[in-house]
Design a protein around this ligand. Sequence first.
Ligand code: ARG
Length: 414
Amino acid sequence: MNKAANASANAAKGPTNAVDKKVVLAYSGGLDTSVMIAWIKEKYGLSTVAVLIDAGRAAGLEEHRQKALTIGAVEAVVVDAKEEFAQDFILPALAANALYEDKYVLVSALSRPLICKKMVEAAHESGAGTIAHGCTAKGNDQVRFDLGIRSLDPSLKILAPAREWNMTREQALDYAAERGIPIPLKKDSPYSIDENLWGRTVECGPLEDPWLDPPEDAFAVTAAPVAAPDEPAYMEITFEAGVPAALNGMKLPLVDLINAVDALAGAHGYGRVDMMENRLVGIKSREVYETPGALALIMAHKEIEDITLPRELLHFKRPLEQKFADMTYNGGWYDPLMDALRAFMAETQKRVSGDVRLKFFKGSCTVSGRKSPNSLYDFGLATYGGEDAFSHDAATGFCELWGLPLEVWAKKSK
Ligand code: ARG
């Protein structure tokens, strides 16, 4: 008996006594979740409703839907959740300039709570008592799924076959072949990839050596910086109350705007991230991301905040942004603290309006201009020229009192 068969014979956990006979599976169309449709039937005698969630940049959805039915799913549905992802997940994250460990825009971490919400809705609609997901035991995504589902409907059971079956990729391929489950036709990629409107994540294969320069074939949406155009490109993004509303003066729906920024920034080689990341489960892992649009939008958004928000608010907001990113990363999207953080962030965005000009050139992105009807930049106060309106006299007294405690301390310390 191989390891996989052994595992499935021994493990008797899961919803064996479930009154319902239906599972809704967060189906990706990949090998693992395809195998799961058969495995769930064999192991637990449950029928699977396959649910494909489109959070942007999903390819071959209809093909995958058909495949799920071929494998034996009793139902297979595609849920277009792009708009909801943009409005309810990306926008709050942008308001919080959310970056995990200062680098990762939370591509997967943001989409998992959306997927949970859609899966819970699907379970309610189809009368299923269990939600199944394809996550393994080593990643963050399992945590996000489990916590998300439990927060939204604690009565639902959760099934994570890949956490139970202990199959290697080869064993999963054998399992599929034995049962006539279609195996992905295209050349087997060494990478594990997750992709949505907010970017693309790449893990595994050669990237597991943190010293190795990421091979060019790890990237799909960014040009190699050396091969990017030799002329810089400029982009103007208009924000209205924290929301990116127009690109180069043209109003665009949010999803289209994100896609357009992503395409242009990526074409100029911007948006590649290579980092050592601390996973919630205690593992350090080397992660590669391609997130040109998200990084450019966060950069532009921060800039409009810098010209429209006062110092104390900006400085107070910073650690809360980090908390927001950590909570999201760690599966806490539906935690009441996140409701409070989102409310705080929303309050800060009311006057965050204006235009930012970004310059892209061979892998770099820099802010090259900013303006706002709510600008707190006062030329008269800032200028060193003849129009100076700053009170130089008041500065002397200001310094005297501001430095007073230091002076007292210094005298006493002598
Ligand atoms: N390390 C990233 C995160 O935890 C990326 C995860 C990608 N997920 C995946 N199933 N390939 O958010």
